[in-house]
Ligand binder design. Structure first.
Ligand SMILES: [Zn+2]
Length: 332
């Protein structure tokens, strides 16, 4: 196993020098002195950090090798056809965790949308059926359960939504809710769900509810789906909601909803800047973009990570997945 010895390593929320990092265990760092005699140490310019993760993509709608070339080392697929997903996880060098099909009310969102590939939705007809659907997802390797609550169409009744959450938690699967429209954030929270797939954007969420969510939930950011760089009312609302959620101690994950609209198939600097607008510092944003469990590989910033808030988005957008294609030169 190769140890990388870059100029700096981002670990424990800070940039440190003189440390080596290993792909299989980004948390396991050692002093350079103890490894420099080993033939397996590769010196690198710049910074190395745990692999950057996009926590909201749809792999059926994007090119994963292109995304990996754009600096993303790991993805969470939050809704797609099960057969496609299992295949993606097997054949890609990228770490792919997936939710499987959207669990929906009969006729509910997004089964009514043209962009949805066939087989992407699983209608839930009763609380008993909820358990069966979760079993199916678990059986083909899902890491999450994704449920939709869209106020403009049929929604699962509260007891059925709660049954999905209970069945998922019995399998230790977190539940991600697509909450869109009045009352849907409360419905997600009341059901016991763990994550929102998007920062709420259709209205300013009641402050008490934001505080309650911050105590227990993770919100996936997806701020740049609003306007793709052009200011919109929805973007302003979403950033306002996220700013409060973050200030109350809520946990945020970087996610872009890639596959949905003209988003860069890469690290999205606009999403990173929007997280900054919501009050997050560069080190907070890096925490939201990485996992410290050793499953996501390593990311390399050849020119060195710049943690200056003005420069950070530009800097992180130069990220490369640290793999064989990075051609680091072994120490002579
Ligand atoms: Zn999505």
């Amino acid at each position: 196993m190769t140890w990388y010895l870059p100029e700096t390593v981002w670990v424990d929320g800070r940039l440190a020098s003189g440390l080596a990092m290993q792909a299989a265990a980004p948390v396991a760092v050692v002093q350079s002195q103890s490894t420099s005699s080993s033939a397996d140490v590769v010196r690198l310019p710049g910074s190395v950090l745990p692999g950057l993760t996009d926590a909201h993509v749809h792999t059926a709608l994007i090119d994963l090798p292109m995304l990996r070339a754009g600096g993303i080392a790991a993805v969470w697929d939050l809704g797609g056809p099960p057969n496609h997903l299992a295949g993606q996880a097997r054949k890609n060098t990228m770490a792919v965790r997936y939710a499987g099909p959207f669990m929906i009310a009969p006729g509910g969102y997004p089964s009514d949308r043209s962009w949805v590939p066939p087989g992407s939705c699983r209608e839930i007809h009763s609380p008993l059926d909820a358990s069966a659907a979760v079993e199916e997802a678990h059986a083909f390797g899902a890491s999450f359960i994704k449920v939709t609550a869209h106020a403009d169409g049929p929604m699962l009744p509260p007891h059925t939504l709660a049954a999905v959450v209970d069945a998922a938690h019995a399998r230790e699967l977190p539940v991600v809710v697509h909450a869109e429209g009045p009352g849907t954030v409360a419905a997600a929270y009341d059901s016991g769900a763990d994550l929102l797939a998007h920062t709420p954007w259709t209205e300013n969420v009641d402050d008490g509810l934001v505080r309650a969510c911050a105590d227990r939930m993770t919100w996936i950011s997806t701020l740049d789906i609003h306007g793709w760089g052009t200011p919109t009312a929805a973007r302003t609302i979403a950033i306002g909601n996220l700013r409060r959620f973050w200030s109350y101690g809520g946990k945020v994950r970087y996610g872009t909803d890639l596959g949905n609209g003209p988003l860069p198939v890469a690290v999205n600097a606009r999403e990173v800047r929007a997280l900054g607008e919501a009050g997050m510092q560069p080190s907070d944003i890096l925490t939201a973009m990485t996992e410290n469990d050793g499953t996501t590989g390593l990311t390399w910033i050849p020119s060195g990570l710049d943690l200056n808030p003005e420069m950070f988005a530009q800097s992180i957008a130069t990220a490369r997945v640290l793999g064989p294609e990075a051609h680091p030169s072994p120490e002579a």
